[in-house]
Design a protein around this ligand. Structure first.
Ligand SMILES: *Cc1c(COP(=O)(O)O)cnc(C)c1O
Length: 488
């Protein structure tokens, strides 16, 4: 008999299946859907860079899922019972207990967010000339491994970077290449192997448990620690349950424990995994704990708060336990699936299959007439904001850098990412996103390119300002008014 776990998806009488919210909204925040003319003005003032928009002008904020998930009533209640103490805070003990129950690791080092965990791990383990094999890099991970002189080695399968795919586990590591890499670089230059759950930069794509077990076996054989980035572990666990036959009837709680059991060190950003703000590094090995603890005191804070407010520590403890609840953890992936499938069916070029974290639109096929040197992903983000008030994030050449000769280092993929933070949006809002994006796709020939107006040397995607290469934004506004009249 199959075990029926409560799910986020229900079947309607019409035969259609829809994701349905298994929570009620009790605290709300006002949103602003301002007229398109005001949105155009706001975009011009922001230098066609969505990072620089004020939320006063944003209707649905799909920039990121980091630190903007909705907390539950139990999380908010827990923040009121926090124990302010420099050492020995009971709030920290509650977080420790939650990490032991949910991830199965008894030693916990607290840090202020995910990248801080990466900083501590890299400083403790990576030395010049080291290679760190991983399924795929994350921006902050790569920077922190390169800081002490290490290098990232990505061992993804060819399926991982295919835009349209039916591969259920694009986040898998190529096991053959892992073995070759260790043989080639030597165990002494391989401080650890890293696996990232719901691989962020390739579209929130999961790995399978079978693949993780394979990575584990190779690590064990060579005596190399396996580090798991668990920032998006809930979604990966949910997709294992959905897509890996062996786990169809296994409760999420046990899938999470089995995933963490493969790893020697588990680290996480609580801005994602437990809908609060903070992070941690967990292990069952006291040697790993000892090797990192002084760095935590030096860079983060004492071992019972690690730079976090105790209120957030309490919220993390509750949020981690909620990760075991399938109705919670399925919410974001089911909404993403609905959005991706709706858009894909309407001919909008999407990264498939749907993953965790957000929906990813393939800008190169959306506006093939905009050359990569005119930043198609950035142009699409700007155009979509203007026609909808929805703020996405550019993941393409603007997020890249320049070559020494001054030309752009072109990105592998030009993507617009529409993040779906957990428990924040309703289905009617998701339908609105799909509707306006389908309209924009029908009118895609109106979208033009962008060029830099002010370009900082470092991290230009955060602070750089751009301008359109023609008056295409005005033409887009005129077409919108023609089709929608005086509607917002
Ligand atoms: C967001 C993220 C991080 C970094 O976490 P922050 O809390 O934003 O510093 C690391 N790894 C993955 C997979 C992430 O998604």
């Amino acid at each position: 008999m199959t075990i029926m776990e409560p799910s986020q998806t229900i079947k309607l009488f019409s035969g259609e299946s829809i994701p349905i919210e298994q929570h009620k909204v009790r605290v709300v925040q006002k949103l602003f859907l301002v007229p398109i003319e005001e949105r155009l003005k706001a975009m011009e003032e922001a230098g066609f860079n969505s990072f620089l928009l004020s939320t006063r002008h944003v209707f649905l904020d799909m920039l990121t899922d980091s630190g903007c998930n909705a907390m539950s009533d139990k999380q908010v209640a827990a923040t009121l019972m926090s124990d302010d103490a420099y050492g020995g805070s009971q709030s920290f003990e509650r977080m420790q207990e939650a990490v032991a129950d949910v991830f199965g690791k008894k030693y916990l080092l607290p840090v202020h967010q995910g990248r801080a965990a990466e900083h501590i791990i890299s400083q403790a383990y990576v030395k010049p000339g080291d290679i760190v094999p991983m399924n795929y890099h994350f921006t902050t991970t790569k920077a922190h491994i390169e800081l002490p002189g290490g290098q990232v080695l990505e061992l993804y399968t060819p399926e991982a970077v295919k835009v349209k795919s039916s591969c259920p586990f694009k986040g898998n590591m190529d096991l053959k290449r892992l073995r070759e890499a260790i043989e080639q670089n030597g165990v002494e230059h391989t401080p650890f192997v890293r696996m990232e759950a719901s691989t962020n930069l390739i579209g929130g794509q999961p790995f399978s448990m079978e693949n993780l077990r394979g990575v584990r076996a190779i690590c064990k054989e060579y005596g190399i620690p396996l580090v798991l980035d668990a920032s998006l572990i809930g979604e990966n666990a949910y997709m294992i349950k959905q897509r890996e036959e062996e786990y169809r009837n296994v409760p999420i709680k046990y899938i999470l424990l089995e995933m963490c059991d493969q790893a020697d060190i588990v680290y996480f950003s609580s801005r994602k995994v437990s809908s609060a703000r903070g992070g941690g590094i967990a292990t069952n090995n006291p040697d790993h704990f000892d090797r990192m603890k002084n760095l935590v005191i030096l860079f983060e804070g004492f071992l019972t708060y690690g730079g976090m407010s105790v209120r957030e520590v309490e919220a993390i403890a509750v949020g981690l336990r909620e990760t075991q609840d399938e109705t919670y953890i399925s919410q974001s992936p089911e909404f993403i699936k609905y959005l991706v499938e709706t858009l894909d069916a309407a001919g909008v070029p999407m990264i498939t299959p749907p993953g965790g974290l957000g929906a990813h639109v393939y800008a190169t096929d959306f506006i093939p007439h905009v050359p990569q040197t005119e930043y198609p992903a950035g142009a699409l983000v700007a155009a979509f904001y203007i026609v909808s008030g929805v703020r996405g994030m550019e993941r393409g050449t603007i997020s890249s850098v320049r070559n020494p000769d001054g030309t752009d280092l072109l990105a592998d993929l030009e993507l617009m990412r529409l993040a779906v933070p957990r428990r924040v949006f309703t289905l009617s809002q998701i339908k609105y996103v799909a509707d306006r994006l389908i309209w924009l796709h029908k009118n895609r020939e109106l979208i033009g390119g962008l060029r830099f107006r002010e370009e900082p040397k470092l991290l230009r995607f955060f602070l750089g300002k751009l301008e359109p290469t023609s008056d295409w934004p005005q033409k887009l506004v005129a077409q919108f008014r023609k089709d929608f009249g005086d509607s917002l």
